[in-house]
Design a protein around this ligand. Structure first.
Ligand code: AMP
Length: 215
């Protein structure tokens, strides 16, 4: 499958992507994970992106398109991909359209996952992430804590609260989403690719998508 997952931070894009990729071997491509990996590794990209990310601002489109142009041409994308957190602005969506046409790839759908704001705020404040850039497993202190507090079940690294998941950064990220990313819903509606799914449970969202995709 070749999908774009749209939705505010905390809407469950990453969780939905993990369940769907396990079905058909598509890859999850999260620009947020790629950027956090680059920050931890101290690469040029990471140094350029870090300040924006800490503030909850978007990283410039040119940096993101540089990442995606390379990533979409890697061999594992041939089985399909789920784009999680990309595109995030109209210029990124337009650049992606050109890139996909050049690579002769067509998208199946752009899915907008809609979740009430109170649920999102609660999820993000209680979310914790494995700090190992190769793992980045997600936990929730209330609903799915690691077995041993502060330690990742999968790789044993520390589980931390992200710098951009303080209350201040979260409200800034949500405002940025409404201003810059929500307009993509209209963009993909015009392209005839939009599918809107509402649900606070990832299982409900996944089931609806499976039937829409005939899986
Ligand atoms: P995420 O994990 O998707 O919430 O992304 C974390 C942060 O990485 C965002 O708040 C942005 O600073 C940056 N980021 C991730 N994806 C993008 C993108 N497509 N465009 C611009 N910035 C991005």
């Amino acid at each position: 499958m070749k999908l774009i997952l749209l939705g505010a931070p905390g809407a469950g894009k990453g969780t939905v992507a993990k369940i769907l990729t396990a079905i058909d071997g598509s890859v999850q491509i999260s620009t947020g994970d790629i950027l956090r990996g680059a920050v931890q590794a101290g690469t040029e990209l990471g140094k350029d992106a870090e300040g924006y990310m800490k503030r909850g601002d978007l990283v410039p489109d040119s940096l993101i398109m540089g990442i995606m142009e390379k990533r979409l041409q890697e061999p594992d994308c041939q089985k399909g991909f789920l784009l999680d957190g990309f595109p995030r602005t109209i210029p990124q969506a337009e650049a992606l359209k050109v890139l996909l046409a050049k690579l002769n790839i067509s998208l199946d759908m752009a899915v907008s996952i809609e979740v009430p704001r109170e649920v999102i705020l609660d999820r993000l404040c209680t979310r914790r992430t494995c700090e190992n850039p190769q793992c980045q497993a997600i936990y929730n202190v209330k609903s799915s804590p690691p077995k041993q507090e502060g330690i990742c079940d999968k790789c044993g690294s520390a589980v931390i609260q992200r710098d951009d998941e303080t209350e201040e950064a979260i409200s800034h990220r949500l405002a940025t989403y409404n201003e810059k990313t929500a307009p993509l819903i209209g963009f993909y509606e015009k392209e005839g690719l939009l599918k809107t799914v509402s649900g606070t449970s990832s299982d409900t969202v996944v089931n609806e998508l499976k039937s829409a995709l005939g899986l």
